[in-house]
Design a protein around this ligand. Structure first.
Ligand SMILES: Nc1ncnc2c1ncn2[C@@H]1O[C@H](COP(=O)(O)OP(=O)(O)OP(=O)(O)O)[C@@H](O)[C@H]1O
Length: 257
């Protein structure tokens, strides 16, 4: 489904690569968590997958299409199959939950329709469905600025789902949230992963969350893959190698509320 071949990325003016010789093959059904110290290349990898970041060498293939060879229009089609959620949610605070979620349909519409903000009945029905999926059915008309961080990320997830994606990309989607809320968001991501038959690729700093939810962990160090395997094989030794430090403690299961 998604093939990454010999991918290297060096930012303009950088004296070393952000990513070096990345080779990966990812399939529908994989729930991948990417671990690594700050600066190890996690965001660059996510941004390379949806071609927000162009390769310096190597290539990303989506459904056998070489991303760097696609036209803008073809790339737009690929990107709408890849929903994305962000650390700071990237929502429009003064707009309602419904209005924010509806922006997820923009990839399917022409820019004039987007400009005048007219949505069809079907689009609104689909938006209601994904808002219900993320547990915000009673909040569709509430302004996003009035929501908690966890609720905002639920809106972010609903917006991504409205794209009817095949891939869910997450760039540290729980880094702004407390441990209990982070657990709820991961639990929701897991449910949506199963309901919508996704390939999920999520950057995360919390190793325990990764081990609890991922089917596959990929650890990066200085832009290279140093671990790729099931969570139970990511042991204290791998932790130490990834973070250059001993695992301080095993976190308790966060309370569910
Ligand atoms: N726009 C940019 N221009 C130049 N260098 C960059 C840019 N973005 C990232 N880098 C560099 O590329 C490397 C990888 O950065 P990246 O953001 O991918 O790491 P990360 O693992 O996501 O870090 P964090 O956990 O702090 O978000 C770092 O050395 C970083 O300084």
């Amino acid at each position: 489904m998604l093939e990454i071949k010999d991918l290297s990325v060096r930012y303009p003016g950088g004296d070393q690569n952000a990513l070096t010789d990345i080779d990966l093959s990812l399939s529908q059904g994989d729930f991948v968590c990417i671990l690594g110290k700050s600066g190890s290349g996690k965001s660059t990898l996510i941004r390379s997958i949806n071609s927000l970041q162009k390769p310096t060498a190597g290539e990303v293939f989506w459904q056998n299409q070489q991303l760097s060879a696609l036209s803008e229009e073809e790339l737009r089609k690929v990107r709408r199959q890849m929903g994305m959620i962000f650390q700071h949610f990237n929502l429009i605070p003064r707009l309602t939950v419904m209005q924010n979620v509806l922006t997820g349909s923009f990839g399917y519409r022409n820019s004039l329709k987007n400009l005048i903000g007219l949505f069809t009945k079907e689009e609104k029905q689909e938006a209601h469905q994904v808002i219900a999926d993320v547990g915000l059915e009673n909040m569709a008309d509430r302004r996003v600025e009035l929501l908690s961080g966890g609720q905002k990320q639920r809106v972010g997830i609903a917006r991504a789902l409205l794209q009817r994606p095949q891939v869910m990309l997450g760039d540290e989607p729980v880094s702004s949230l407390d441990p209990g809320t982070s657990n709820h968001i991961f639990s929701l991501l897991q449910q949506m992963h199963q309901t919508y038959h996704l390939l999920s690729i999520i950057n995360v700093h919390d190793v325990e969350l990764a081990k609890r939810y991922a089917t596959r962990i990929i650890a990066l160090k200085e832009g290279k893959i140093i671990f790729d395997g099931p969570p139970d094989q990511f042991t204290a030794k791998q932790f130490e190698e990834t973070y250059d430090s001993r695992q301080a403690m095993v976190q308790k299961e966060p309370a569910t509320n």
